[in-house]
Structure formats: C-alpha cells, structure tokens
Design a protein around this ligand. Structure first.
Ligand code: SF4
Ligand code: SF4
Length: 143
C-alpha cells in the first residue's frame, strides 16, 4: 500500500466511504469534560469495540467530533484507528496523536514514526508541530 504522506488537513467533513465500525477509541482515549470523563478511561456509556449505548443523547462534543482518519484521505488504510491503535486530530497548530496504551510502542514503529516525523518537519515552517500522548507520557516529535 502506497500512502501519500502530508501534514493531515483534518476537517469536520466525513469521508463517505469511511466509518467507525467497531472502533471506540474516541470514547476511551481523550478526556471529555461534558461527561466528566478522564483520559484513558472508557466512557460509562461505551461498550468497548461495539459503540455508544447513549447515542441519541450523546453530548455535543461526541456529535461534533471526527478523528482525522474519518475526514482526511491522505491518511491511508494503515492509519485506520482499528489497525493503528491511534487517533489523530488537530487543535490549531498542534496535530495531536493519542495512542492506545495497550499498544504503547506502535507509534515508534514504521510506517507510523516516519509519517509523524515528516508531518512535524512539514508543519514547522508554519508553526505547526506534532504531539503524541501515550497514557500519561507525552512526546513532541522532531521532524
Ligand atoms: S477514533 Fe475515529 S474511527 Fe474511531 S470511533 Fe472515533 S471517530 Fe470513529
Ligand atoms: S457518550 Fe457515547 S459517543 Fe460520547 S464518549 Fe460516551 S460512549 Fe462515546
């Protein structure tokens, strides 16, 4: 599989051919204030690898969120969170990568580490940078 690697341009428009399927990473890895949910703790409404049991009543944070893989075609099949065990999203100049702590070394493996370094290098000229979270550990990627 050949992947075009460029700084992901994450937006909020879903790619029609991609769906979450059994992924529940964004109900687990990030903190969500509206749910009083800490990072790396499964939401009380989530059934891991199945989905949300409160889907119709889920808060705006959940309704509005799509990870980078759902919106950015430049993220290839290897970045499917079900395979990569990582979720990506943009916060202004910061490209954030949350790693499932059950697969805590995967971001250091290829092709992932190479992509992260390339994105960091590409972003540097415009003030962008890449941050990786693995549980309580945080890493700034040097391009
Ligand atoms: S991390 Fe992405 S693919 Fe996984 S559930 Fe969240 S939006 Fe869907
Ligand atoms: S409310 Fe539903 S969609 Fe939101 S984090 Fe919890 S399980 Fe996920």
């Amino acid at each position: 599989m050949t992947t075009t690697v460029s700084q992901p341009d994450t937006s909020t428009i879903a790619l029609s051919h991609r769906s979450c399927r059994s992924c529940t990473l964004c109900c687990d890895l990030p903190d969500i204030d509206e749910l009083d949910k800490p990072a790396n703790a499964l939401c009380r409404y989530c059934v891991r690898d199945e989905g949300c049991t409160a889907y119709a009543a889920r808060p705006a944070t959940c309704r509005d969120f799509l990870c980078g893989w759902r919106t950015d075609l430049s993220l290839g099949a290897e970045w499917d969170p079900i395979l990569s065990h990582m979720m990506i999203y943009r916060q202004g100049a910061q490209l954030t990568v949350l790693v499932d702590p059950r697969h805590r070394e995967i971001w250091t493996e290829q092709p992932y580490h190479g992509h992260l370094r390339r994105w960091a290098a590409e972003g540097r000229a415009s003030g962008g940078y890449v941050i990786v979270w693995v549980g309580e550990e945080v890493f700034k990627i040097e391009g």
